[in-house]
Design a binder for this molecule. Structure first.
Ligand code: BG6
Length: 477
């Protein structure tokens, strides 16, 4: 195909996560997991931040992940639709609690393992490459209750066992793996990202960075296991990306922008370069944080760095040191961004910045010099179904078109990008709000915020648009 910056091998597809799509939250022997405790409504945000009222679902609350979109039962039908669009790959996550329901069993749950065997077989039957995240906002609740989740070193070994189990089982089917989804989310929504809960008087920073260390060691162990068990496969990390812009050229703003970016880069610096960066050590010193590390941790981190950098990009972020400017924060953005007067916003307050995709990809390339994989990008919007069943989501096509074009520019700039999996190619439960109303899909799911609806799947206008993008390898947007 002429006039396309995308290489022939480019992996076009979509991305979903077990907890937002599968439902069947207690079927097949599955144990409870983080997202099973997140209701819709006003309390969701504080629970995601770590104020967790109960480690069992409460009467009277609605938990959208319990049924989600029923992908657990309907995946064949959904995959057939992805195949119709020409998907080359589908990013999914394995629910840890389907494989080890309490996280601590001696032997894995065969029913859970079989489900993913069937899922991967179905994908491969259609020529769709599975891209698998080991942990997408996912910790068995028993481990939260017993150990306080990732704050405890115990989780490292339990995660390693889980990772080895699935790597061994699926090594002939899966060539692309990722360790922790949006690992930097741990700092912003610590319960969602890492199952951390807090009580009055806790040293929250200390707990978060200790948990981060444990995840980083666990990630290195998963990389090690992948390289040993499935030598032909690639395993990456996953960053919630979107570079910070200084609000002005005041050096104070510029410096703060750099610091904000480093809050996120910190994780990837360790996962990709193999050691704690100097600025992180200084941060720990300045904040009196004492991170417990075991002998051998430094060698593990150094010896087992990731093969590629997966990242999500929805929007850029903006930061200011001016208290007046800081009065205008964007809503719905967990990264604490001030409003950027040059950019439009979605209904949920997420800014739209296609050029930011090119900037972010170039910066990640310059920093790590490793292949990148855009594993999430998309436009959350409310869609209207017309009486004839059609859905005109031109606004989504517009967003995606501009972002894919920006990604193409980054490739022309010399950035090596393995593929693009847009978020939620079929509507799924929103992670941040728990709503169904915030939709990303090319495929509409008839289900509302309260869980009502037939569950039927309908093609939106964007369905044919994306199909053509893939068919022309990005030449026609
Ligand atoms: C990322 C997550 O943060 O963004 C996904 O990895 C999430 O799980 C996606 O769904 C979009 O966010 P939201 O809140 O609109 O669903």
């Amino acid at each position: 195909m002429s006039n396309t910056p995308f290489p022939q091998s480019f992996l076009w597809g979509g991305a979903i996560a077990a907890n937002q799509a599968e439902g069947a939250y207690l079927e097949g022997g599955k144990g409870l997991s983080i997202v099973d405790l997140l209701p819709t409504g006003a309390k969701r945000r504080s629970i995601m931040q770590g104020s967790v009222p109960s480690l069992t679902p409460l009467e009277g609350e609605f938990y959208p992940s319990h049924e989600a979109i029923g992908f657990y039962h309907r995946y064949r039908e959904d995959i057939a639709l992805f195949a119709e669009m020409g998907f080359k790959c589908l990013r999914v996550s394995i629910a840890w609690a389907r494989i080890f329901p309490t996280g601590e069993e001696e032997t894995p749950n065969e029913q859970g393992l079989r489900f993913y065997d069937d899922l991967f077989d179905e994908l491969l039957k259609h020529g769709i490459e599975p891209i698998v995240t080991l942990a997408h906002f996912d910790v068995p609740v028993n481990l939260i209750e017993k150990y306080g989740s990732w704050r405890h070193r115990k989780l490292v070994g339990l995660f390693e066992r889980y990772a080895k189990t699935v790597l061994e089982r699926y090594k002939s089917k899966v060539k692309y793996w990722m360790t922790f989804n949006e690992i930097n989310m741990l700092l912003h929504l610590p319960f969602l990202g890492a199952g951390l809960t807090f009580e009055e008087g806790d040293n929250v920073e200390q707990i978060k960075y200790q948990a981060a260390h444990h995840q980083l060691v666990a990630s290195a162990l998963a990389v090690k296991a992948c390289h040993e068990i499935a030598p032909g496969a690639m395993i990456g990390c996953m960053l919630a990306a979107g570079s910070f812009y200084p609000f002005t050229c005041n050096p104070e703003d510029v410096y703060q922008g750099m610091e904000k970016d480093r809050e996120s880069y910190f994780f990837i610096d360790v996962q990709s370069r193999g050691e704690y960066p100097g600025y992180a050590k200084r941060f720990f010193r300045d904040h009196n944080l004492a991170i417990a590390m075991e002998d051998g941790d430094a060698d593990l981190l150094r010896g087992h760095t990731v093969d590629y950098i997966g990242f999500s990009y929805y929007s850029s972020r903006t930061t200011s040191t001016d208290p007046e400017v800081n009065k205008k924060m964007t809503s719905g953005n967990v990264f604490g961004s001030v409003a950027n007067p040059y950019l439009a916003k979605s209904e949920w307050g997420w800014t739209v910045d296609p050029l930011g995709m090119r900037i972010t990809a170039n910066q990640l390339h310059d920093r790590y010099q490793k292949p990148l994989f855009v594993v999430e990008n998309g436009f959350g919007a409310h869609d209207e179904v017309r009486p004839d069943g059609s859905i005109d989501d031109g606004y989504r096509i517009d967003y995606l078109k501009r972002h894919v074009a920006a990604m193409g520019e980054a490739i022309e700039d010399g950035v090596n990008i393995l593929g693009y999996t847009c978020w939620g190619p079929i509507d799924i439960v929103s992670a941040s709000s728990g709503e169904m109303r915030k939709r990303y899909g090319y495929i509409y799911v008839d289900r509302d915020n309260e869980g009502r609806g037939t569950g039927d799947r309908l093609k939106k206008k964007s369905f044919d648009w994306y199909k053509n993008v893939i068919a022309t390898n990005g030449a026609e947007l």
